[in-house]
Design a protein around this ligand. Structure first.
Ligand SMILES: [Fe+2]
Length: 200
């Protein structure tokens, strides 16, 4: 019988997290008998318990339901490996420290692979140091249909994301926090990345 939660997955996640049935039961406010039932396929947790169950087991709801657990897959990666996800409908952007599944406008947000811009192209940012800031400018159209929708500065432990808008004339200044990369996202051509100039 196919169910929304497999007893093997639940048992596997619980033993991996070092919890007894009683300890897990206490965390989510049920009896240890209930946990035992779920693990032997004699019952299923109420759907409202899925969120607290995943939290108690230290996994995501998707991992709990699919049984595809991605232990250590990028979870503790440094920010230099962060991923940008963009909604293909409204352009909403988020930055994540690892891979994930995010949705917006009823659609899955797609992880963006950064490309190196052609030297001298409209997607190559000009990065200039002004006192303790990077001043970023791009010779790219800023029209409603085609514009740079965000610029981000990523170092090993931080991300600064600056949202941009069509018709915007002023380019951002970002406080320097160390060597890293500047990312820019064009709503038509995707994500581009260049190294910050050397700091001395
Ligand atoms: Fe573009």
């Amino acid at each position: 019988m196919s169910t929304y939660l497999s007893s093997e997955t639940l048992r596997g996640l619980r033993t991996e997290s070092g919890l007894t049935q009683a300890a897990l039961a206490e965390r989510i406010g049920v009896t240890d008998k209930a946990v035992s039932k779920w693990e032997t396929g004699r019952g299923l947790p109420d759907i409202t318990l899925i969120d607290p169950l995943a939290a108690a087991l230290g996994c995501s709801v998707a991992e709990l339901l699919t049984g595809e657990v991605r232990r250590n897959a990028n979870r503790s990666a440094n920010m230099a490996r962060c991923k940008f996800y963009v909604c293909p409908i409204c352009g909403n952007a988020i930055v994540a420290t690892g891979e994930g599944l995010f949705s917006c406008c009823g659609s899955t947000m797609l992880p963006q692979e950064a490309e190196t811009p052609e030297p001298g192209s409209a997607h190559e940012p000009h990065i200039e140091r002004i006192e303790n800031d990077w001043r970023i400018s791009v010779g790219h159209p800023m029209e409603k249909q085609h514009f740079i929708s965000f610029i981000a500065y990523v170092t090993s432990d931080s991300v600064t994301l600056k949202k941009l808008y069509p018709e915007q004339l002023e380019w951002p200044r970002l406080p320097i926090t160390g060597p890293g990369h500047i990312y820019l996202f064009c709503n038509h051509h995707g994500l581009f990345r260049v190294k910050t100039p050397r700091l001395r």
